[in-house]
Design a protein around this ligand. Structure first.
Ligand code: PHE
Length: 327
C-alpha cells in the first residue's frame, strides 16, 4: 500500500469535512482499528515501510486536529444570530464631581444674594498674591518652601484672595462677588493635605459695611448648604483683613454634642474672614474713608470632605468610580 497516496487522500477529505461529525467519520476511516493504515502497520516487516506508515499516521492526526480547530473557530464566530430588535445595553448616566456640585451650590446661594461669580487666575503675580494684600515681604507663607514659584515675580496662587485685587482694579464699588477656583501650596500629599485644593473667595465692598454684615452673610450661606447651624467666630489674623476671624459651624454629624468628625469640639472650621484692611483699598485705588467691606475664604474640599465624612482627601483625585458614583 502507498503511504503517501493514502496520506494525500486523507488530507483532501479532512480539509473538506464540513462539521465535527464528518471529521469523526474520517478519523475512523483513516485511523480506526480496522483502517487500511492500522492493518498495514500490523503487517509491517521492514523498517522503511514502518517509518513511512508512521509518518503518514502522524500527518493524518495533525490534519484532523488542525481541521477540528478551524471548525471550532468558525462556530464561535457565527455564534448567536444577531437580533437587531433586542434592547441595547443601558448607558450609565454620568454625574458632576462632588466638588463641582458643591461649588455650584455655593454659587447659587450667592447669586441669589446678588453676588457675581468672578474668575481669577491660577498663575498670579507676587504683587497680586501678596503685596497688594498687605502681606509683607517677610511673611512666612511667601517662603519658596511653601509656595510654587515660576520665577521671582510669578507663582501659582496660594489662595483665591488675589481675585479680590483683580476684581477691584477692574471696577468701581460697590462690589459683591465670589471667586471660586484652584489654589496651590507645597504640601506633601496625605489624607488631609493636597498640594492642589479649592477655595471660594467672597468680597463685599459698599458704604457702611461691618462685621455684622459678614456674620449675617455667612449664617445665610451656611444655612443654605448645611441646614440650620450655629456660626461661631474666633479672632484670628490675616494681613488683608482687620479685624480678622475664623468661623466655625456646629458639626453636621453630632450637631454640636461632640464626635470624631469635629474632634469632640462640636464645631467645624469653615474658613477665614474679616473686614477689608484699608491698605488693600489703597492698593487698588479705593478711598478707605468712603468704602468699607468684608472678605472671606472658604475651603471647598474641606467642606465636602466633612459634609460627607470622607476618610481621605485623595479620593477627590483618584477618580475611582465606586466613589464618584455615590454622588
Ligand atoms: N486667603 C485666606 C486663606 O487662604 C482666607 C481669607 C480670605 C481670610 C479672605 C480672610 C479674608 O487662608
Amino acid at each position: 500500500m502507498d503511504a503517501t497516496a493514502l496520506e494525500n487522500e486523507a488530507r483532501t477529505a479532512i480539509a473538506a469535512a464540513a462539521d465535527a461529525d464528518a471529521l469523526e467519520e474520517l478519523r475512523l476511516r483513516y485511523l480506526g482499528r480496522k483502517s487500511e493504515l492500522k492493518l498495514a502497520l500490523r503487517e509491517v516487516r521492514d523498517r522503511e515501510t514502518g517509518m513511512a506508515l508512521n509518518a503518514a499516521r502522524t500527518a493524518i492526526e495533525e490534519a484532523l486536529a488542525g481541521r477540528e480547530t478551524e471548525l471550532a473557530a468558525a462556530a464561535a464566530e457565527d455564534g448567536e444570530p444577531f437580533d437587531p430588535t433586542l434592547p441595547g445595553e443601558p448607558l450609565r448616566r454620568g454625574s458632576l464631581h462632588l466638588l463641582t456640585q458643591l461649588r455650584r451650590q455655593v454659587e447659587d446661594v450667592f447669586l441669589g444674594m446678588g453676588y457675581e461669580v468672578y474668575d481669577g487666575r491660577e498663575v498670579e503675580t507676587v504683587w497680586h498674591n501678596y503685596d497688594a494684600l498687605n502681606q509683607p515681604e517677610a511673611h512666612p507663607s511667601r517662603d519658596p518652601r511653601d509656595t510654587f514659584y515660576f520665577d521671582e515675580s510669578t507663582l501659582l496662587r496660594t489662595h483665591t484672595s488675589p481675585s479680590q485685587i483683580r476684581a477691584m482694579l477692574a471696577q468701581q464699588p460697590p462690589v459683591y462677588l465670589i471667586s471660586p477656583g484652584r489654589t496651590y501650596r507645597r504640601d506633601a500629599l496625605d489624607a488631609t493635605h493636597t498640594p492642589v485644593f479649592h477655595q471660594i473667595e467672597g468680597l463685599a465692598v459698599d458704604r457702611g459695611i461691618t462685621l455684622a454684615d459678614l456674620r449675617g452673610t455667612i449664617e445665610l450661606f451656611v444655612g443654605a448648604i448645611f441646614g440650620p447651624r450655629d456660626v461661631r467666630m474666633r479672632t484670628s489674623f490675616f494681613p488683608f483683613t482687620e479685624p480678622s476671624v475664623e468661623f466655625d459651624v456646629t458639626c453636621y454629624l453630632c450637631e454640636g454634642s461632640g464626635c470624631a468628625v469635629c474632634k469632640h469640639s462640636g464645631w467645624i472650621e469653615m474658613g477665614g474672614a474679616g473686614v477689608v484692611d484699608p491698605n488693600v483699598f489703597e492698593a487698588v485705588g479705593y478711598d478707605p474713608e468712603e468704602w468699607s467691606g468684608f472678605a472671606f475664604g472658604l475651603g471647598l474640599d474641606r467642606i465636602a470632605f466633612l459634609r460627607h465624612g470622607l476618610p481621605d482627601l485623595r479620593l477627590f483625585w483618584d477618580n475611582d468610580l465606586r466613589m464618584t458614583r455615590q454622588f
